[in-house]
Design a protein around this ligand. Structure first.
Ligand SMILES: Cc1ncc(COP(=O)(O)O)c(C=O)c1O
Length: 318
């Protein structure tokens, strides 16, 4: 496979272990499920975010950045991945993390522990201040500049046009792997957890670019926050109705699905993204076994460290 993805492909710095493998699950969801293991893009850099960061960090390096600034929820996988990628590439990181009460930061579990371990500077911000996150990141950038450094700002989730290239490349990998499984007569659907939308944007653009609909490969996102109108442009298929108790809040049935997949296949899903979206797949299939065609290709986007922040509610399911 040629490494050059497209003549317009921007600069990329290799960070992810790729191609990631895929395999069928034993778990009985109603139809067969093939799992794309983007949880294996790395260890500290596990998950979908690292694919976006390959392009974003390349731009930061090209501009001689000394500090990378980004934002997210308190257990943000993206913020953790950004902090590790920055360190691996010789830069520092500043993370604006949203929490209920910035005066009383949350316990250092899961991603927060890793953010601390790698030496990221954490700026806790309230839910109200979050609405102003772009200005607050610009303020942090000004501080870096005033101290003689050179800042590079990455938006929430690494989701902008440049970051979307990560899943244009990711989809090329995936489509090659699915070529033997899918056909117009036996269509399959790639399903992913949709948060800030960048992963979906890349997948949907790539599906068009590579003409995947003609090969029997469709793409659908399950939103884990917001709602369908928030994400939906004409060509983006978002399956709403599975946000449940709210972003980063779990219902017992979602945690039970995480437990069951772990027990059937030894696969770890997280409560906020992959577990919630996969529970959505199972729920949709219960309503309509033909919903996704002959099989589902579920994109495992990582998020494993977030599991540790939900230890108490998960233990209650065991
Ligand atoms: C584990 C995991 N899966 C899925 C997503 C959703 O990806 P995106 O923000 O690109 O929609 C995220 C990030 O938000 C994530 O951390």
């Amino acid at each position: 496979m040629a490494d050059q993805l497209h003549t317009r492909e921007p600069l990329r710095v290799p960070l992810a272990n790729q191609p990631t493998r895929g395999h069928w699950l034993r778990y009985d969801a109603g139809v067969k499920v093939w799992l794309k293991r983007d949880d294996q893009t790395g260890t500290a850099l596990t998950g979908n975010k690292v694919r976006k960061l390959e392009y974003l960090m390349a731009e930061a390096l090209a501009g001689n950045a000394t500090h990378v600034i980004t934002c997210g929820g308190e257990q943000s996988n993206h913020a953790r991945a950004t902090a590790f990628a920055a360190t691996q590439l010789g830069m520092k990181s500043v993370l604006l993390l949203r929490t209920d009460d910035p005066e009383k930061p949350p316990a250092p579990t899961g991603n927060i522990l890793l953010d601390r371990l790698v030496g990221a500077e954490i700026v806790w911000i309230s839910r109200t201040a979050w609405r102003d996150r772009e200005r607050l990141m610009a303020e942090q950038a000004a501080l870096v500049t005033a101290a003689g450094g050179s800042p590079y700002i990455i938006p929430e989730g690494g989701s902008n046009a440049l970051g979307s290239w990560g899943y244009i490349r990711g989809m090329r990998e995936l489509a090659t792997q699915l070529a033997d499984i899918a056909s117009p007569e036996k269509p399959i659907t790639i399903v992913y957890a949709c948060g800030s939308g960048g992963t979906g944007a890349g997948l949907v653009m790539a599906a068009k670019l590579f003409g995947l609909a003609d090969l029997g490969i469709r793409v659908a996102g399950i939103n884990v926050c917001d709602d369908r109108p928030y994400f939906t442009e004409a060509d983006i298929d978002i399956i709403d109705g599975h946000v449940g108790a709210g972003y980063a809040k779990s219902r017992p049935e979602e945690l039970a699905t995480i437990r069951d997949v772990c027990r059937s296949d030894g696969i770890i899903f997280d409560p906020v993204y992959t577990g919630k979206a996969f529970h959505g797949v199972v729920t949709e299939l219960r309503k309509d076994p033909k919903r996704f065609g002959s099989a589902v290709a579920f994109l495992h986007t990582g998020g494993i460290y977030g599991l540790f922040a939900s230890a108490e509610s998960i233990v209650a399911m065991l």
